[in-house]
Design a protein around this ligand. Structure first.
Ligand code: ZN
Length: 245
């Protein structure tokens, strides 16, 4: 089922809310395609004073994903809405994306360059302010001190109110639960709590001026279907020519 987990980092018991999309997937009056949009549903929460405060607090968003194109395929509609509502959105792409091709004439170097260019173009369509590439090897990314350090640095650099990342759990959707996606989701959550918020973790980052930062909310879209129909997302998706993993 399409949906997302919203967790508030720092709570004694993480506050989790499953956005099931049930009202939008085949329910009377709902979206028969099931292509529900998290952004739309987040917007629905503005109907209460509490929801108003919740949405207004989102000024900076960081999207941490494994590959170029993951952000658009997973959450393009959500990202477009966040930008439209005034949030500053940054991407952190953890791998170099140099394995996602079935073209036998393709080289890893050419593919990585092509996909980086496509990622920058797609992000520009959505209005994403910054795209960072951490450059770890595609299909080989691991949850190590090195990757946690790099992702923690990104979180402290961008200081997001809201962080979007991938689901660290294996699901029946083999593409969605690609190993890189699961590993990057796990790394991102490990960095949200405790590494990004604790000054004693990675003291070398303090020397670079990267002070601790507490991420207030994390959203993990559970499948590409949650990205939903959205003109901006569809425009961004047309950018992609290279195959993806
Ligand atoms: Zn991917």
């Amino acid at each position: 089922m399409a949906g997302a987990i919203v967790a508030e980092a720092g709570a004694r018991e993480p506050v989790s809310l499953r956005i099931t999309g049930a009202a939008m997937m085949g329910a009377p009056g709902g979206d028969p395609t099931g292509m529900a949009d998290i952004g739309v549903r987040l917007a629905l929460r503005t109907s209460s004073p509490q929801g108003d405060r919740m949405v207004k607090r989102v000024e900076r968003v960081l999207v941490i994903v494994a590959h170029p194109d993951d952000a658009e395929s997973w959450a393009g509609g959500t990202i477009a809405k966040l930008v439209r509502d005034g949030a500053q959105v940054a991407y952190c792409i953890v791998t170099n994306g140099d394995k996602g091709s079935g073209d036998r004439s393709m080289t890893p170097e050419r593919l990585a360059t092509t996909r980086q260019a496509e990622q920058r173009d797609a992000a520009r369509v959505l209005g994403v302010a910054t795209v960072e590439f951490l450059g770890f090897p595609d299909c080989e990314v691991e949850n190590t001190r090195q990757t946690r350090l790099a992702v923690t640095a990104a979180i402290r650099r961008h200081r997001p109110d809201l962080l979007l990342t991938q689901d660290p759990n294996r699901t029946k959707l083999l593409g969605a639960s690609h190993r890189d996606h699961r590993v990057v989701g796990e790394i991102a959550l490990d960095c949200v709590n405790p590494l990004a918020r604790t000054h004693l973790a990675f003291p070398e980052l303090l020397d670079q001026g990267l002070e601790p930062h507490t991420v207030k909310r994390v959203v993990r879209p559970r499948s590409p279907r949650t990205s939903g129909p959205c003109a901006a997302r569809c425009s961004a998706w047309t950018i992609w020519r290279s195959e993806s993993v």
